[in-house]
Write a protein that binds this ligand. Structure first.
Ligand code: FAD
Length: 141
């Protein structure tokens, strides 16, 4: 069956913090694993950047459900594409906080114009490479 990857960015509503991220991650693990969705969710500077991988139907169903969540606004689809293999296959949804750790901010600067997390202005390839490197940093932590 064909595999798809979807990347989107959205803005957290005011008051969203680490505890909400934990709640989202727990729900995601519960819902994503049975339907074969994998991916990564990053959160920082009031922005969400998420990648979802799986079958076309499950990726679309999950994305449509996420779009209805009142904890974020102004979603923008960055990429929806067929892929040969998963990049984030180890995780039903890994949530990471883009904090002020120098290694994370340096990785951000590598793929965008400043050290502020602003994925609205990043390309799909930049988002993917950024998430990939962040995944490596967190795997080694
Ligand atoms: P319930 O948890 O019972 O939720 C029912 C309804 O209440 C939903 O409409 C839900 O959006 C809303 N809701 C639940 N908790 C809150 C809250 N604290 N504040 C406001 N509204 C709330 N879900 C996944 O399954 N997979 C993902 O990969 C995923 N990624 C997400 C990424 C982001 C950035 C956000 C904001 C949410 C994400 N979610 C994800 C959560 C998703 O939007 C739904 O909340 C969740 O899938 C619904 O889980 P449930 O079916 O168990 O229903």
């Amino acid at each position: 069956m064909a595999l798809y990857r979807l990347i989107y960015v959205s803005q957290a509503v005011s008051g969203i913090g680490y505890l909400d991220l934990i709640d989202i991650m727990q729900k995601s693990e519960k819902n994503n694993m049975p339907v074969g969705i994998t991916g990564m969710l990053s959160f920082g500077d009031s922005m969400f950047l998420q990648v979802l991988e799986g079958s076309r139907r499950t990726v679309c169903q999950t994305y449509n459900r996420i779009l209805g969540d009142k904890r974020h606004v102004n979603p923008e689809l960055i990429e929806f594409t067929e892929i040969d293999h998963r990049e984030f296959g180890l995780w039903s949804m890994k949530a990471v906080q883009i904090d002020n750790h120098p290694e994370i901010r340096n990785t951000l600067l590598k793929y965008s114009y400043s050290t502020t997390f602003s994925p609205y202005s990043m390309t799909g390839n930049q988002c993917l490479s950024f998430l990939h490197e962040i995944m490596g940093i967190y795997q080694n932590k």
